[in-house]
Design a binder for this molecule. Structure first.
Ligand SMILES: [Zn+2]
Length: 457
């Protein structure tokens, strides 16, 4: 495994190239590495890579690992591919294996090093899940790793989705920021690349994509700073490269954030609904219903701009939906305001499992919905409005809203740590009690009535 060094970058790097992480070279060492406990701890960057390598080693027949790029602090950005329909998969029926061999041959001819890309709408079956764009949202990374756990170590339970769909999962988009958040400042959100013109460090990677990027926040000291130009950051360039290459096969893109407890669809950059909003709404509601059935937790659903009560330009979900024209794209904001960005470790598996339950149901319905959606035939997307908030999409720029944000911050910071802890313990106890009583009837955490938890997606 590559250990991270923290030397600053000297030269501008060329565009990152996707490469396969070789299994045999590391095999001997891996056998001596124990499996990191993904379900009950927040793993550090090295342990996350170790888990990914453990999985590739354990399931070489249907799992591959790729390096998408290198961050400013020289950490690898990794994607795992889980592809059940693979000629190497000995568990496939002879007929399925023959089909898979044909697909693999077609891929070999194409000569790409990244995941297989195939022509035609019938091959549009990739579910792309990403997490950890915002450094402090630790629970999104754990939940994303739970998805990997479910699709590999628990594959027999999830065989229905594995048979129809291919999964590309990037569990940690912003490793530099995550390590900084773990070791220096738990509330860190951006990446860790310094700016040329000031001493301030970091760009919000979820404002750095090339879709109405110019409307994003341009002050470097902002937590939602959009960057010097679209794709100025190594993390977003690495993501762009794999997303662009897989665009013809993308079916459903899911971006994990916290902590709004909501499932949201485009647009983020404007208040209009997309042409295919009905399908998106149905997809989001499927996730919401599944999670409510699982343990009673209630998610909210709606468009990003509607639920967050602001417009957000330059986000990855708008990019994948608006530019790459993926049929379906969502943001899932995990629970919850009461638990914060880093819920207690006892909650990791519960949030992971309930989220997977929702995500799996969404994957199933995404497969059914794909026939209904013809992205090429829809009218052009609406323009970004240049009215209030469009120049700098975060409402805290306007004085009124600045006051209200300040008020909230003050109110929140007044709560003593003890009070916070007591609330978390109480919530947890309710969860534990509810889990003992069949059928599952967990009381959902109190709704705040506020527009949004994280508020910044
Ligand atoms: Zn976020």
């Amino acid at each position: 495994m590559q250990t991270a060094t923290k030397r600053p970058k000297k030269k501008a790097r060329t565009a990152p190239k996707i490469s396969v992480v070789s299994v045999p070279a590391q095999l001997a060492r891996r056998l001596t590495i124990p499996r990191p406990d993904v379900l009950h701890t927040y793993l550090e960057y090295g342990q996350i890579n170790q888990y990914l390598e453990y999985i590739v080693h354990k399931f070489p027949n249907f799992v591959k690992l790729y390096t998408l790029g290198i961050t400013h602090e020289k950490r690898e950005l990794r994607a795992i591919e889980i592809n059940w329909m693979n000629p190497d998969n000995v568990e496939l029926s002879p007929l399925m294996r023959m089909q898979a061999v044909k697909l693999a041959d077609a891929h070999k001819k194409s000569g790409t090093k990244g995941p297989i890309v195939l022509p035609g709408e019938k091959n549009r079956n990739i579910i792309f899940i990403e997490a950890g764009t915002h450094a402090r949202e630790w629970i999104t990374i754990s939940t994303c790793l739970n998805c990997i756990y479910q699709l590999t170590e628990r594959y027999t339970r999830n065989i229905e989705v594995l048979r129809n769909l291919r999964f590309i999962i990037v569990p940690l988009v912003n490793p530099d920021g995550y390590e900084y958040s773990r070791t220096k400042n738990r509330n860190w959100r951006k990446n860790r690349r310094p700016h040329k013109t000031s001493k301030i460090v970091g760009t919000d990677c979820n404002r750095n994509y090339d879709i109405f990027w110019e409307c994003g926040p341009s002050r470097t000291n902002r937590n939602t700073y959009k960057g010097e130009r679209p794709f100025s950051e190594p993390e977003t360039r690495a993501m762009r490269n794999i997303l662009d290459s897989l665009a013809p096969n993308l079916l459903f893109f899911l971006s994990l954030h916290s902590y709004g407890q909501s499932i949201m669809y485009p647009w983020g950059y404007c208040r209009e609904a997309p042409y295919h909003w009905r399908e998106l709404h149905m997809l989001a509601n499927t996730g919401r219903t599944a999670i409510k059935t699982y343990n009673g937790r209630e998610y909210r659903t709606g468009s990003i701009s509607c639920l967050t009560k602001r417009t957000i330009a330059g986000s990855v979900v708008d990019y994948v939906y608006g530019i790459l024209k993926a049929p379906l794209a969502l943001v899932m904001e995990l629970p919850s305001r009461e638990l914060g960005f880093q819920p207690p470790v006892e909650m990791i598996s519960q949030i992971g499992h309930e989220s997977w339950f929702g995500i799996r149901e969404m994957c199933k319905i995404a497969f059914d919905l794909r026939q209904n959606i013809k992205r090429d035939e829809e009218p052009p997307r609406p323009p970004a409005r240049s009215t209030s908030g469009a120049a700098d999409t975060n409402p805290s720029n306007t004085s009124d809203k600045k006051k209200s944000v300040k008020k909230k911050t003050r109110k929140r910071s007044k709560r003593s740590l003890l009070t916070q802890h007591a609330e978390i313990l109480e919530l947890q106890q309710r969860h534990l009690d509810a889990a003992k009583v069949p059928p599952r009837s967990l009381t959902a955490p109190a709704r705040t009535g506020r527009g949004q938890g994280d508020g910044q997606s």
